[in-house]
Design a binder for this molecule. Structure first.
Ligand code: DMJ
Length: 378
């Protein structure tokens, strides 16, 4: 997982020796012929997305062959009655499990499966991942919100809490980005309808600024004022969707949350001002949003924000062996953990603030949710 997730970051940074080593390692050792259950969403965004962007950046066809082999093995996830995917699939047997899934894991497959179809000429990946999203969107409530969990066999909602946090977050991101990458207007309509409901029922202005909380998807009634590190993806998406005003306002709140302890907590209650979960697992979202705002506004303030975020990573998370997640952002106690998204995303966005012009052109590429750049070559 790690060399694949990190490969394009190394390429963009011009780390030739390291990327060459990673490439050799991938071709020598990576095999999906394993009797193993994997989580479709994680494998799709990290491995399938990583292999596709590796292919587009490097040109070696073996990356695409690996991606196609993986894509074929993941396809059985869509064999539910509704067409929405199961959570897990066995890479060898095609057996599936996990029928209670969530919008993020159902709706964050389109960019990778769609790109695989475009690059291989086989439409099946695009069609199945699109049907999954459409089926999910169709089941939104009358006021336009989705819940946290849904049974992919019956189509029945199991948890009706609506929010922009983990388990829903990147569903919105991919509605917008699927339109940007494939030019498919149906995604455009689904995104703007969905984000209107999110802004109406989940956004809230308090004396500390603009925040997004949680509400019941059926009634729109607020159930929690929790905001967290994952929610910080939204300013980037709002900006990409053209709503710079809300993006700027929300990024102010994200910055405030980061500054409570000099590095952001996983969860925070914006009404009580209490940190609810004090860990930091090296997440990228706050940095990613600052990067998008820098690109879209050209305001140097976001460059400064990027530098501050990066400096705090170095100050609190750098250890001899790499970078460590924090158990507690107040005490800065580290844990023995570094997720691969730290290399795929967090460091990539940090670097891009200061990268030479032209390394990334947001008019030509779309980042998947794991920061793998996908290029519209079709
Ligand atoms: C990443 O794997 C992706 O960004 C995903 O959308 C959310 N979780 C992590 C980073 O926080």
């Amino acid at each position: 997982m790690t060399p694949v997730d990190a490969f394009d970051t190394m390429v963009l940074m011009g780390l030739k020796k390291e990327s060459e080593e990673a490439k050799q390692l991938i071709f020598e050792k990576l095999s999906f012929d394993k009797n193993l259950f994997v989580q479709n969403f994680e494998v799709t965004i990290r491995l399938l997305g990583g292999l596709l962007s590796a292919y587009q950046l490097d040109g070696d066809k073996r990356f695409l062959d690996l991606a196609e082999d993986l894509g074929r093995r993941l396809l059985p996830v869509f064999n539910s009655t509704t067409g929405m995917p199961y959570i897990y699939v066995n890479l060898k047997t095609g057996e599936t499990k996990g029928k209670v899934n969530n919008p993020a894991e159902i709706g964050t497959l389109m960019l990778e499966f769609g790109t695989l179809s475009k690059l291989t000429g086989n439409p099946v990946y695009f069609e199945k991942s699109k049907k999954a999203v459409v089926e999910l969107f169709r089941r939104r409530s009358e006021i336009g919100l989705v819940g946290t969990t849904i049974d992919v066999e019956t189509g029945e909602w199991k948890n009706t809490a609506s929010h922009i946090s983990g388990m829903i977050d990147s569903y919105y991101e991919y509605l917008l980005k699927a339109w940007k990458l494939f030019g498919d207007e149906e995604f455009k309509t689904m995104y703007y309808q969905s984000i209107a409901a999110v802004n109406k029922y989940l956004a809230e202005k308090t004396e500390t600024g603009l925040w997004y909380g949680q509400a019941d998807m059926l009634t729109g009634k607020q159930i929690s004022s929790s905001f967290g590190a994952l929610d910080a993806f939204l300013p980037a998406v709002l900006a990409l969707g053209g709503d710079l005003e809300r993006a700027v306002e929300l990024q102010e709140s994200v910055y405030k949350m980061w500054m409570i302890h000099g590095i952001e907590p996983e969860e925070f209650d914006y009404k009580t001002n209490q940190v609810k979960y004090p860990g930091y697992v090296l997440r990228p979202e706050a940095i990613e949003s600052a990067y998008y705002l820098y690109i879209f506004t050209k305001n140097e303030k976001y460059l400064g924000m990027g530098r501050e975020f990066f400096d705090s990573l170095v100050k609190y998370c750098r250890i001899e062996e790499g970078y460590a997640a924090l158990k507690n952002v107040a005490t800065k106690e580290t844990s023995d953990q570094m997720e691969s998204f730290f290399l795929a995303e967090t460091l990539k966005y940090c670097y891009l603030f200061f990268a030479p012009d032209g390394v990334i052109d947001l008019d030509k590429i779309v980042f998947n949710t794991e920061a793998h750049p996908l290029k519209k070559t079709w």
